[in-house]
Ligand binder design. Structure first.
Ligand SMILES: Cc1cc2nc3c(=O)[nH]c(=O)nc-3n(C[C@H](O)[C@H](O)[C@H](O)COP(=O)(O)O)c2cc1C
Length: 220
């Protein structure tokens, strides 16, 4: 695959086949991801990969917690809601997803059910939970964005589907408890990965991108 075709092959996949990936292949894509650049090469990523029954049990616990209706307390607070052009883009991606799944705008139950699938990593056989170590903040969080994209591109180059998920960071206390982790590192996102289920309706969703002129200004 050319680099451009890897870039265009990656998209967010929200329905997976249950079969696990070869552990050696998983190691390879995480080794490739570690080539991502970072401020002063500190490589501020701490990643925990959870698979199979363990991931299903964690997903079930997070869905139960969400159903209580008690507010989530993520380590890194969610933005307070998008406005302006960002709101329009958010709506565009939601329309693409719910449209593909045949869920109407006023179908609150359908939307809730679709949202809850997030917490089970969309049924993926694996999920990576990505942490920002305790001393770090915004600058190093930027490093994590590069790390996550490098990982997802390495996956795409090998036919592995993925979806970055802020939703998997909503209940960090449950992830810590499940994995026996110390408090301190901040859970910033999860990344579901595995083989795409080509028949899942969610996977028919496609997003677009803003025009280059709206995103980049060229000076001088
Ligand atoms: C950091 C991050 C967090 C995301 N969180 C979620 C999420 O919780 N649930 C979800 O369905 N998609 C999530 N996405 C996927 C975005 O919706 C998706 O990347 C965007 O709509 C563009 O679509 P594409 O990835 O198919 O190109 C997330 C993406 C990123 C980069």
């Amino acid at each position: 695959m050319t680099f451009d075709s890897v870039l265009t092959a990656r998209r967010s996949v929200r329905g997976y086949l249950p079969q696990p990936l070869d552990p050696a292949l998983i190691r390879t894509v995480f080794e490739l991801a570690s080539l991502a650049p970072s401020n002063c090469n500190v490589q501020p990523w701490e990643t925990h990969v959870v698979s199979g029954d363990s991931l299903r049990a964690l997903g079930a616990a997070m869905m139960d917690r969400a159903r209580t209706g008690r507010p989530a307390a993520p380590d890194i607070p969610m933005s307070g809601g998008y406005t302006d052009v960002w709101r329009a883009r958010q709506i565009g991606s939601a329309k693409a997803l719910y449209g593909a799944m045949g869920i109407a705008r006023d179908d609150h139950e359908g939307r809730t059910t679709a949202f809850l699938r997030n917490l089970d990593a969309f049924g993926a056989p694996h999920a990576a939970f990505v942490y920002l170590p305790a001393p770090f903040d915004l600058r190093e969080a930027a490093d994590l964005g590069g790390y996550a994209q490098t990982l997802m591109l390495a996956m795409a180059s090998r036919g592995i589907a993925s979806c970055a998920q802020g939703a998997l960071s909503l209940y960090p206390e449950l992830v810590r408890e499940h994995l026996g982790l110390q408090e301190g590192p901040k859970l910033i996102m999860g990344i579901a990965f595995g083989l795409e289920d080509p028949d899942h309706p969610a996977n028919a969703a496609r997003t677009d991108r803003a025009a280059l002129e709206d995103l980049v200004s060229f000076h001088g």
